[in-house]
Ligand binder design. Structure first.
Ligand SMILES: NC(=O)c1ccc[n+]([C@@H]2O[C@H](COP(=O)([O-])OP(=O)(O)OC[C@H]3O[C@@H](n4cnc5c(N)ncnc54)[C@H](OP(=O)(O)O)[C@@H]3O)[C@@H](O)[C@H]2O)c1
Length: 312
């Protein structure tokens, strides 16, 4: 059965993206066929498209980009036990190969990447959470073991990961400072953070704050300068620079996890995790969504609306 999808047949810039029909993905014994209501864009989608990550992940053409989804389970493989046909789910659908992503009407994904969609959220809001929310959660909870005694600095707080990180850190009771462009300062404040300029402009301010932990979402010089500030890298987690590990810090590469998604669901359902969507796009307009993401200043998330599905 043909399904509408965004895909590319070679690495390149935006003009390799096509919108058309592909065969519906086949269901394996451990997988779940999800009809997708909404997906969201992450910078990794266009980084993979450019071929820049080919040494780290294998792509099988045609590639359907996209890793986040929210939708309804339509079929399950014979060994699937945790989800049932008709379930409302969301998830970070990373697989071993980059091939059948989520910018399509259907995706076949392992059940281990799915969780029940937060009942308090629309499909679009739920689809914005998985990759970025899991990244923030895993960095703060599993790596930094953040708690109410901490003064956390988030470098680059207004984007997808930063938006969730600030709110998760606040839910853990930490005092949070976040860097952002001046036009994002009132947004950062609304999320619960004390806004500060991006480094190096905030070097003096940061020295006064005396942070106990840093979550870096940008890398480069801003990250390096925080090592001196904390007197070491032990309480620094970065998602942008693996070389931090040699200096004693934590490099986080997000993992699909239904348990961690359940924790994010609880935060959303208890009103502690707000979803900010800068813009919604139709599936056919994914190219425009990539263009917006590539500018590097998204506030919150960009969402691709794919189908209007029933709510349960
Ligand atoms: N390792 C992993 O598992 C993992 C997981 C998710 C994402 N990532 C990577 O982490 C990065 C952030 O992801 P995202 O989804 O949050 O991206 P995003 O939504 O596109 O947000 C980009 C952010 O970068 C900030 N920024 C721009 N210039 C900056 C500067 N000079 N200093 C500090 N921050 C600056 C922007 O803030 P302003 O607009 O306020 O300037 C914005 O908050 C991307 O490179 C992504 O590929 C890695």
């Amino acid at each position: 059965m043909p399904v509408k999808a965004i895909y590319y047949n070679e690495f390149g810039s935006l003009d390799v993206l096509e919108y058309g029909e592909l065969e519906r993905p086949e269901l394996g014994p451990d997988s779940v066929l999800v009809q997708i209501a909404a997906a969201s864009v992450n910078p990794v989608d266009w980084k993979l498209m450019s071929g820049g990550l080919r040494s780290r992940m294998t792509s099988v053409f045609p590639v359907v980009p996209g890793w986040d989804l929210a939708g309804v389970v339509r079929e399950i493989g014979p060994s699937v036990t945790r989800v049932s046909v008709g379930d409302n789910v969301y998830g970070y659908a990373r697989m071993d190969f980059v091939h059948h992503g989520t910018f399509a009407e259907y995706a076949a994904v392992p059940e281990r990447v799915l969780a029940e969609r937060p009942s308090s959220l629309s499909y679009a809001d739920a689809a914005a959470i998985p990759l970025a929310g899991l990244t923030a959660y895993q960095a703060l909870v599993h790596r930094l073991h953040l708690d109410a005694e901490d003064r956390l600095v988030v470098i680059g707080g207004a984007g997808g990961v930063g938006t969730f990180a600030i709110q998760i850190a606040r839910a853990l009771g930490a005092d949070v400072y976040a860097t952002g462009s001046p036009n994002n300062h009132s947004y950062l404040e609304d999320l619960g953070a004390h806004p500060i300029e991006h480094l190096p402009h905030s070097r003096q301010t940061l020295a006064t704050i005396k942070p106990t932990a840093v979550l870096d979402l940008y890398g480069g010089e801003p990250l390096q300068s925080t090592i001196g500030l904390l007197g070491g890298a032990e309480r620094i987690a970065t998602i942008a620079d693996p070389t931090i590990v040699a200096k004693g810090g934590h490099y986080v590469f997000v993992q699909p996890s239904s348990n961690d998604l359940d924790a994010l669901t609880d935060l959303a359902n208890s009103g502690q995790l707000h979803v900010e969507i800068q813009e919604h796009f139709a599936l056919a307009d994914t190219k425009a969504a990539f263009e917006a993401s590539m500018k590097g200043h998204v506030r919150g998330k960009l969402v691709i609306e794919i189908a209007e599905l029933e709510h349960r």
